[in-house]
Design a binder for this molecule. Structure first.
Ligand code: IFM
Length: 458
């Protein structure tokens, strides 16, 4: 494998709703995911986040596990309805206390905290007031960011505003498979813009309030998207998918505007991005790091199953297809490490000057624990190893990529798939809440240790 730089960061990631549980403790109010879990059929098996990994009560044990593995960084998210119930007004000190303790626990064990402010758990009261499609939510987010920073800004250097706005906006408002379960392209587009605006406002507030140099970032879910064939309809479909799924997220933040072709595609559907004067400048406030989450890539076809190139409204078809013939994870996602290299090289070429960190990468597999709860997950270990090698190749090719966080530290609540899909480096037996590091976790920790040893030796 090509060498990673000696100061390369190795971590694991989680998010609040997926692991914490304790939905009504110490003043926390409901989030849109608490509500969505109650919608019949929305989540597999009717699973909820009520207990999850009970991390709210087991946090010191989980931090000890991460540190024991040998990882140097921990990416976690703060639950908005825990620290600012209802999403407006003063902070809830009891909610903030939890993250205060978490940060101290991490630092005491020599682990760097990598904090994400928003990983999809919008306070339900803000949803009732319009949610992300409403402009006001962006301003509420900036207030919330400042409250968290007031308490933790003395010890936390790395701040990510949003995790995967594509999922919040498109899975949540267009495809209806994530909270809040909307199915409207127009609402989804409004949500994207207001998420971007909230990001920019928060970056400005944190920068102004900073008591120490901060590393400010946003994390996007990205992949490559080739045309299914060289046919012009497929080439055009891949261009549309790239505009809607990739450049919609990177261009406003890193280039100061929405792509012209995207505006055209949306206009054909009667949709306009609700940009007001000054928004684009706010959104493009410089960041220090770009978080890249990578799982898989798709191909795009401009024809439907019957070969038609336009739909009932006369609009062009864009259809995502698998590549075929590749190994699959437990979720049926194709394993494509080479595309991670291509992706990182593309971002560094098209959006130069911003360092990257892979803030999520990992795989769900059907784990088979032995009698002691140990999982010999050679599949996941091979997945992580191949993707880390892909990161190293991108680095060798000139991409400024500075770290890698595996998704996820623990098996956890995998959104609409509930607890059926396990991504953890550490197995969680949900009946007993017993944690057992898997082979993959031991392997990643050992890889991190070896990398640090090189740094010390060098
Ligand atoms: O579990 C999710 C995470 O919350 C966001 N990124 C993708 C992961 C796997 O689906």
């Amino acid at each position: 494998m090509a060498r990673l730089p000696p100061d390369f960061r190795f971590g694991a990631a989680t998010s609040a709703f997926q692991i914490e549980g304790a939905p009504a403790e110490d003043g926390r109010t409901a989030s849109i995911w608490d509500t969505f879990c109650r919608v019949p059929g929305a989540v597999a098996n009717g699973d909820t986040g009520d207990l999850a990994c009970d991390h709210y009560h087991r946090m010191p044990e989980d931090v000890a596990l991460l540190a024991g593995l040998g990882l140097d960084s921990y990416r976690f998210s703060v639950s908005w309805p825990r620290v600012q119930p209802g999403g407006r007004g003063p902070a809830n000190p009891a909610g903030l206390d939890f993250y205060d303790r978490l940060v101290d626990e991490l630092l005491a064990r020599g682990v760097t905290p990598w904090l994400t402010l928003y990983h999809w758990d919008l306070p339900q009261e803000l949803q009732d007031a319009g949610g992300w499609p409403a402009r006001d939510t962006a301003f509420r987010f900036a207030d919330y960011a400042e409250l968290v920073h007031e308490r933790l800004g003395d010890r936390v250097e790395h701040w990510t505003t949003l995790n995967e706005p594509f999922c919040s906006a498109v899975l949540g408002h267009v495809e209806g498979v994530h909270a809040p379960g909307g199915r409207s392209l127009g609402e989804g587009v409004r949500a994207v813009h207001h998420l971007h605006l909230g990001h920019g406002l928060a970056v400005r507030r944190l920068r102004a309030a900073a008591r120490r140099p901060l590393d400010l970032a946003v994390t996007h879910l990205l992949g490559t998207g080739d045309p299914a064939t060289a046919h012009p309809a497929d080439v055009a479909a891949a261009r549309r998918a790239d505009a809607f799924g990739f450049r919609f997220y990177l261009d406003p933040i890193l280039r100061g505007g929405y792509p012209a072709d995207l505006n055209g595609d949306l206009a054909a559907r009667g949709i306009e991005i609700p940009v007001r004067e000054g928004d684009l400048e706010t959104i493009a406030t410089p960041i220090d790091t770009l978080g890249v989450n990578y799982y898989r890539s798709m191909r795009f076809s401009g024809t439907d199953e019957q070969g038609a190139t336009s739909d009932a409204d006369g609009l062009p078809v864009t259809r995502a297809l698998p590549h075929g013939g590749l190994p699959l994870t437990g979720l049926g996602w194709e394993v494509m490490p080479h595309d991670l290299t291509a992706l990182l090289l593309r971002v560094s070429r098209d959006y130069p000057g911003v360092p990257m960190v892979v803030t999520e990468n990992g795989a769900a597999y059907e784990d088979r624990p032995d009698a002691h709860g140990f999982v010999e997950d050679t599949d996941r270990t091979a997945y992580l190893s191949a993707h880390l090698a892909a990161v190293a190749r991108a680095h060798a090719g000139g991409a400024d990529v500075r770290g890698y966080f595996a998704w996820s530290l623990l098996d956890n609540f995998e959104w609409a798939y509930g607890y059926d899909q396990r991504f953890g480096l550490v197995r969680v037996d949900y009946a007993t809440q017993r944690r057992t590091p898997k082979r993959s976790g031991l392997w990643l920790g050992e890889t991190a240790r070896r990398s640090r040893a090189r740094r010390t030796a060098g």
